[in-house]
Write a protein that binds this ligand. Structure first.
Ligand code: 15L
Length: 271
């Protein structure tokens, strides 16, 4: 665990999807920013560390999600399906579940949500395009479509109810990039923490969309519309380039996975 990044301190913070790939990374790190860290998932969360509250909650259970947000100052919503699946698989957790989170925030008076969206909201832009968050959504599958819904929901709940959100279009947040595509999309775990903390602590965000990427030399995304979030990534994929290019010397740009930003996600399905 790193030293905390800001003087930010909540009484109670909620992390959904705490047993998931990125939830497990954020769990020990977010504890530094709150007195109580409430953690939820449908999967096993293990044993509560000091200052942690564990709750097994399915996002599709509206009443349970309402109770989950009781007494919470802010939500870091990482729960749901995180890969391309059939519409029927993505619908309950990602679409219905995210609606339940926003509705619970309205009912419980929660004022800020950091929403784990995805780069797959714009996965059908080409790898030869540099885009910013003002461009139209071009989801590359049902998963990306569910995240597009979440972003629109965040906008609606800001416009109607003043609940602020930062939608994080996360690239590839892994310990290290795995292939040539991820040299552009990589978000280190330390930069993920920086991004979440900046999103929680920026004074005014309305509904802001920001791409979650490290300070990679080569990228397809421009975060200049989100400067007010104050996210300053410090890592770069460049140190992995030589090894990845040696391992994956050629790419066939006629392949959709190399042509589009979403990579292999654009080729999955129909289910
Ligand atoms: C995502 O949204 C996924 O959750 C993750 O598994 C990665 O595949 C990532 O996108 C990516 O685009 O690399």
């Amino acid at each position: 665990m790193n030293e905390p990044l800001t003087g930010l301190y909540f009484k109670r913070l909620l992390l959904t999807g705490a047993a998931g790939g990125l939830g497990r990374i954020l769990r020990p790190r977010l504890k530094a920013y709150c007195e109580s860290l409430r953690l939820s998932d449908i999967a096993d969360l293990g044993v509560a560390a000091p200052g942690e509250e564990l709750q097994t909650v399915a996002l599709e259970d509206k009443a349970a999600v309402k109770s989950l947000l009781d007494g919470v100052d802010a939500v870091v919503h990482f729960g749901g399906v995180s890969v391309e699946k059939s519409f029927e698989t993505v619908l309950p957790a990602n679409i219905v579940g995210t609606f339940h989170v926003y509705e619970a925030a309205r009912l419980q008076g929660v004022k800020r949500i950091v929403f784990a969206s995805s780069n797959h909201v714009t996965g059908f832009y080409k790898q030869s395009d540099t885009i910013d968050s003002s461009r139209s959504m071009r989801p590359d599958g049902y998963y990306g479509l569910s995240k597009a819904f979440g972003e629109n929901l965040a906008q609606l709940y800001f416009d109607r109810y003043g609940i602020e959100s930062v939608s994080l279009r996360i690239g590839s947040s892994l310990a290290a990039p795995l292939d040539r595509r991820m040299l552009a999309t990589w978000l280190s775990h330390d930069d993920l923490e920086r991004l979440v903390v900046a999103s929680l602590s920026a004074p005014v965000v309305g509904h802001t969309v920001i791409y979650g990427m490290s300070n990679n030399r080569l990228t397809w995304w421009d975060n200049s519309c989100a400067k007010h979030v104050g996210f300053q990534p410090r890592d770069s994929s460049e140190m992995f380039r030589a090894a990845i290019e040696a391992r994956q010397p050629r790419i066939d740009i006629s392949e959709p996975a190399a042509l589009y930003q979403g990579g292999v996600f654009v080729t999955q399905g129909p289910f």
